[in-house]
Design a protein around this ligand. Structure first.
Ligand SMILES: [Zn+2]
Length: 267
């Protein structure tokens, strides 16, 4: 039996509007759990509500994606932080949060995303939760690493890691609580495959970022689903010259350690 986890997806997104319950049911057939990530206040409420219907299967992390940071006022952000604190018991992490130099180019907006990123790291510390990092664009991963280590964050996942193997190694060496998460698009990325080979299994996670990043080669714009996370486990097993089951056990253990969740055994 396959028992895998997707540590990062967005089941609340509009791409699942028509058939969300079916998608989740199909995911439940092969997955042990998923973490759906709320990216802004409205989405956060939807994520919490959705998780209510699937206890012990859908877990929630709440964050403010950098692209949403720039459209919110100070007041809106502090209200949202309060909302997150109030719902501490219903979430397993803070994220995604971070830096995005792909979409955000304006220096003032960049400055703003950095300030809010710092604030959200403080919130994660206060609530004693791990962070899920979105770091995209030139130099973002290196900077993000500096932010979390300056903030004395002990547990962090670099979600959808796109950096070089050397950088992944530096991250894992810096702190044993800093982990790398690889997406299903690893199927078409030589660099990600090298990262999977280089990084110890104890520092790796698997995700889909569904509805984005489909593993299918000619269908990058096709909707992704959580069960495609299997591709990542298979690729990690290949790169580690290990078997699927050992990889599965190791990654499950990483998930439990990172998010402080004990996964239920499936019937
Ligand atoms: Zn995401």
């Amino acid at each position: 039996m396959v028992e895998i986890i997707d540590i990062h997806c967005h089941l609340t997104f509009k791409e699942y509007e028509a058939d969300r319950a079916d998608v989740i049911e199909e995911a439940q057939a092969i997955l042990k759990g998923v973490v759906t990530s709320g990216v802004e206040p409205e989405d956060a409420s939807k994520a919490l509500e959705l998780a209510e219907s699937y206890p012990d299967f859908i877990f929630v992390s709440l964050g403010l994606h950098p692209i949403h940071v720039v459209e919110k006022s100070d007041r809106e952000i502090s209200d949202y932080e309060e909302f997150i604190s109030d719902n501490r018991a219903r979430i397993v992490g803070i994220g995604e949060i971070g830096l995005d130099y792909h979409w955000i180019r304006d220096p003032l907006k960049i400055k703003r995303t950095k300030e809010v990123f710092k604030e959200l790291l403080e919130l994660a510390k206060e609530l004693d939760l791990p962070v899920v990092l979105h770091l995209r664009g030139e130099g973002a991963i290196e900077e993000g690493l500096k932010f979390i280590s300056d903030a004395d964050i002990r547990k962090a996942v670099f979600h959808c890691f796109t950096g070089k193997p050397q950088l992944a190694a530096e991250i894992c060496n810096e702190n044993e609580g800093y982990h790398i998460s690889l997406p299903a698009s690893i199927s078409r990325s030589k660099t990600m495959k090298k990262v999977a080979k280089r990084i110890p299994l104890s520092s790796l996670h698997a995700e889909t970022d569904a509805p984005y990043l489909s593993p299918e080669p000619d269908e990058q714009h096709k909707r992704n689903v959580p069960q495609h996370v299997k591709v990542v486990y298979e690729e990690i097993a290949r790169q580690k010259k290990s078997d699927f089951h050992s990889v599965e056990n190791a990654i499950d253990a990483n998930f439990e350690r990172m998010f402080g969740v004990k996964l239920k055994l499936k019937r």
